[in-house]
Design a protein around this ligand. Structure first.
Ligand code: BG6
Length: 464
């Protein structure tokens, strides 16, 4: 069968500044929370590999953009590092950073790769974290100023902007589950960070729309992970509804409809965790909704009703209201420990069609991280990652079906273009279309999936 996608479909991939640029302490950049955390706790990173020299894009961007073209990219997302552009978080703009991002953007445009720019990928400048991070209302304003600075500096050439990548992740990883710095475990502080992130987003949208950038669009990138109930039993359905409210609709509703779901607010109130807010700020959220949505999808969430009550002295967690559920015989990516469930991409698209006014969206991340990929190297030195090609195809089939049924999807970006540093997992799992050899001066070699991706993009689809 032939799977053809709409005209001008975006084929490309996503990455982020902190995960690819390297050059962490040159040309005026100052530390983000990642540099600081690595300094004080290197053991929390896979093989003790930190964020200083990630993939070397800062120096090799020209070669990399040529490889993007060679692998069929018509678009590519990365992020501007706040800690590079405004090293103290507020105040002076770093001219060397402006020069670097200008060169990257111009090189992409010269190669017909459209730049999609994100403004925050988990990377709070350390100076801002010392001022309270997103618990602080002042840091919210500092972020809005950073966003406005970016639009003014680069908006003449960058038309697609995104305020945050997966804003729920710093909330859960940094303020609930002890997976990211600042390793706080506190539901109330987590809701404050989530609320202030939404407000920071809305302020950036407001600044963007005020500038009236021709053909400009602004959005946010959310990891929408459907919550599937174990069964149709009302207790399981309720558990899935709660998980959906906390992990998806907490951001999806305010950014598309301007309001938080009433039943989510009720849950937060019941657990005495309402954030501090003002009516003026709620009005900013209400009046500044997005033009386009990026959807990251990796794995489904499966949920069942709670089996046992939580310990009365344990800090409150969302999981006190539901249990995660392991479906028997689920298909797994064993390296990442994530279930592979392709149909969810269709369910997300149909949910956006039916419940979110069919908002324009694109798949902004989807991908498969695999450990030890060099064992798949062939005699010519190329990694034959057929599993990645199969993974992409099987997801695209479901996306294609959603588009045929009227969903408003404009593109597909893989995570990621070249193997990159992945936070606490460092270089454990590789996701790239292009291999990066860390033992050989960051040498780049296109994998089988990279060659296949070029055909996919040229044909605007595939046969299977
Ligand atoms: C996404 C993030 O959630 O997943 C990326 O936006 C990240 O930054 C990617 O690298 C893969 O995650 P991991 O933990 O498998 O490296």
């Amino acid at each position: 069968m032939t799977y053809k996608f709409p005209e001008n479909f975006w084929w490309g991939s996503a990455a982020s500044g902190p995960q690819t640029e390297g050059a962490a302490d040159v040309d005026g950049r100052k530390p983000s929370i990642w540099d600081h955390w690595y300094d004080i706790e290197p053991g929390r990173f896979f093989n003790d590999v930190g964020p200083t020299n990630t993939s070397n894009f800062y120096y090799q961007y020209k070669e990399d953009i040529a490889l993007m073209k060679q692998t069929g990219h018509n678009s590519f997302r990365t992020s501007i590092q706040w800690s590079r552009l405004i090293p103290d978080g507020i105040g002076e703009v770093n001219p060397k950073a402006v020069d670097f991002y200008n060169r990257v953007i111009d090189e992409m445009l010269a190669n017909n790769v459209e730049p999609f720019m994100n403004l925050y990928h988990f990377d709070m400048p350390m100076s801002m974290q010392e001022n309270g991070g997103f618990e602080s209302r002042e840091v919210v304003d500092a972020y809005a100023t950073f966003a406005k600075t970016c639009f003014e500096l680069f908006g003449d050439r960058v038309k697609h902007w995104f305020t945050f990548n997966e804003p729920i992740v710093p909330v859960e990883a940094g303020y609930l589950y002890d997976m990211h710095y600042p390793n706080v475990v506190d539901f109330k502080r987590a809701t404050q960070v989530a609320y202030h992130t939404t407000l920071a987003h809305a302020l950036a949208v407001k600044e963007f729309h005020a500038l009236e950038i021709p053909e400009g669009q602004i959005g946010i990138i959310l990891n929408l992970t459907p919550s599937y109930p174990r069964s149709q039993n009302p207790a399981d359905l309720k558990a899935a509804h709660i998980a959906d409210l906390i992990f998806n609709r907490s951001f999806l509703d305010p950014v598309t409809k301007g309001e938080f779901p009433a039943d989510l607010v009720e849950i937060i109130r019941e657990h005495d965790a309402l954030p501090e807010y003002t009516e003026e700020d709620l009005a900013i959220i209400k009046n500044n909704i997005i033009d386009i949505l990026g959807v990251n999808y990796y794995q489904p969430r499966r949920v069942k009703a709670k089996e046992y009550a939580a310990h009365p002295d344990a800090p409150f967690m969302p999981e006190h209201l539901f249990d995660n559920y392991e479906m028997p015989y689920r298909k797994m990516n064993p390296y990442r420990g994530w279930e592979i469930f392709e149909r969810a991409i269709y369910d997300i698209a149909i949910n956006l069609r039916d419940n979110y006014d069919n908002i324009p969206f694109f798949i902004s991340e989807n991908g498969m991280g695999v450990e030890g990929e060099s064992r798949y190297r062939n005699a010519d030195g190329m990694i034959e990652d057929t599993y990645r090609i199969d993974f992409i195809k099987s997801h695209l089939k479901w996306l294609h079906k959603a588009i045929e049924e009227g969903s408003n999807c404009h593109g597909y970006h893989l995570w990621t273009f070249m193997d990159c540093w992945s936070w606490a997992n460092a270089y454990k799992n590789r996701y790239g279309l292009v291999e990066v050899d860390l033992d050989n001066d960051f040498k780049r070699t296109v994998k089988a999936s990279g060659h296949w991706y070029k055909e996919l993009s040229e044909n605007n689809g595939f046969e299977d």
